[in-house]
Design a binder for this molecule. Structure first.
Ligand code: COA
Length: 202
């Protein structure tokens, strides 16, 4: 871990990521953002994403704090810098769990034994990623969502606030599961699914 952290995205999620970073011991924090200027959560916004490569001096860590899964993917593919994992000290991570570069794990989240979380994912506040889950790159497990054991979540899929996914279920790439929904069957077609049990919104 370096002392300096650049957070990409100075919105609400960026503020929570900054808090996570402070609790991980980062002392020198700054934001870049393509729209916002000034400061964010008390830290300076020093430019746009266009300056990212110039900030990569070998002594700086980077993390993307943007809720859009598409935007995180685009930025990560465009900018080859030292993307780091941030895990809030209150999160519980299994000793055999794996977490990919650029992923943030927020306060009170759980990633249990044997789970694999890809790159640039968000495991948000209080989310539960149970044992042996496979969470593909750029996915977002929203606050208080709960995934039973051996669930798979595809690339860029978002599991909404407080949603529940039954154990052993597979959800494909590019899905959105609505807030509070309950997924009880595999989802094999990209789309938006809501309700109890979750059904596609056409
Ligand atoms: C599922 C979701 C993406 C749908 O948003 P949308 O595409 O704008 O769709 P709409 O709001 O027009 O809703 C479409 C229909 O689905 C229903 N619906 C939307 N979200 C729902 C949900 N979570 N559960 C049950 N029904 C839902 C609406 O009532 C509407 O039904 P109707 O056509 O009978 O009126 C959104 O409601 C949602 O739940 N997003 C997740 C938010 C979240 O978890 N954010 C995390 C932030 S950290």
């Amino acid at each position: 871990m370096n002392n300096r952290l650049i957070i990409v995205g100075a919105g609400g999620h960026g503020r929570v990521v900054a808090d996570n970073a402070v609790k991980n011991g980062y002392k020198n924090i700054a934001f870049v953002d393509d729209a916002a200027v000034g400061e964010c959560e008390g830290f300076p916004i020093i430019g746009t994403t266009g300056i990212l490569k110039s900030l990569d001096d070998g002594k700086t860590d980077f993390v993307i704090a943007i809720g859009s899964n598409d935007n995180r993917e685009e930025l990560a593919q465009k900018h080859d810098v030292n993307w780091v994992v941030l895990i809030h000290p209150s999160a519980q991570i299994g000793i055999s769990a794996r977490i990919g570069a650029g992923t943030v794990v927020m306060a009170c989240a759980v990633v249990n034994a044997g789970a694999s979380v890809g790159k640039h994912c968000i495991v948000n506040t209080g989310a539960v990623v149970e044992h042996d889950n496979i969470i593909e790159d750029f996915a977002h497990i929203s606050p208080k969502a709960a995934l039973g054991g051996t669930v798979s979540v595809g690339k860029k899929t978002q599991i909404g606030l407080g949603a529940v996914v039954k154990n052993n279920i597979k959800i494909c790439d590019n899905c959105t599961i609505g807030a509070g929904s309950v997924v009880v069957k595999n989802i094999e077609t990209s789309g938006t699914y809501v309700g109890v049990p979750a059904k596609e919104v056409l």
